[in-house]
Design a protein around this ligand. Sequence first.
Ligand code: PLP
Length: 380
Amino acid sequence: MMTKPTQFETRAIQATEPHDDETGSVANAIYPSTTFKRETDGTFKSGYIYSRKANPNRSLLESALATIEEGEFALAFASGMAAINTVLQSLKPGDHVIVPDDAYYEVRRTLGELFSTWHLAHTQVDMTDHEAIKAAIKPNTQLIWIESPSNPLLKVTDIKTVADLAHANDALCIVDNTWCTPVLQRPLALGADAVMYSTTKYYGGHSDSLSGALVLNPAAPESFKAQLKNIQNLSGAVPSAFDAWLITRGIKTLKLRVMQQVSNAQKLAEFFAQHDAVDAVHFPDLANHPQHELATRQMPDGCGAMISIQVGSGREAAMAVIAKLQLFTPATSLGGVESLVEHRKSVEDALSQTPENLIRISVGIEHIDDLMADWQNALS
Ligand SMILES: *Cc1c(COP(=O)(O)O)cnc(C)c1O
């Protein structure tokens, strides 16, 4: 008998294969059925009853996500925000949450506009400042939320140190790993209780499926894990069978895509770093990044494929550069095979600290020579 494959690429293929003895199908079927037949003895043939509770496509996706991340189990959602809301709903009125000062802006909005009425308090902290985190911890702090690298300034948080700090204070530590994926960063191995994904981004990889996920560490508290499962089932923010199928398919090529994107991003960041028209480059794999040493230790195979640059004196300068690009589509979101570019400040809310002259770039899998030529032209 063959030994269990140890490599990510192999496990990603194996974990997403169908188990279809009836047809021998090599590709996965899609099961849009919302309901499943009950046998005369009252049982259900494969355990499926109703698709809000479980669906064959979602079950395969969830088991594959848990396998490649080496988690205990995974839960799939209708969006990344639905996964985040599930975590927040598991907390109680009177609890306190610590989030990064530059957290994904809709996380800030969710806490400020929705969960404040549930009396869930939160504090925003610079996660690179461990003394500031310690000072923000209160007796009722239940969760420290990490996003690393951060959006859009690509600040890097020391996941192990912050997870240890959370646990020393009986709080959970959860990492939004959307930008890195398990190809580049493994928060569960660093002590996080769970990782959260907007699978809309790199997991799906083709900008055609809105979905999200949580993957749980076996060491996370049992009551928390049970509560998440319960909320997923009762709140019903689950992906459709088709979305689950698309993300499952995305897992098969995840590493290939991400490594190509990382390779392109590294070259593009170096190009920006030496270009006179670029005032600042935010990319953790550049030697002058403030947390470069931590970044390359925590993400040894590459620091992702997101880059932010600052050009000229303000919004107009940034917009003028964006208008000249031909291969980078101006659009929000990230992680797809196609390169995107965005004036981030105008997408975020009024509280956003993003500089006006900042351009956020999601590097795709196109040929680097073409991508570089496009920027050469736009910056000239
Ligand atoms: C896109 C994104 C989210 C939100 O996910 P949706 O799928 O859009 O709900 C959360 N965190 C990060 C880092 C993201 O990029």
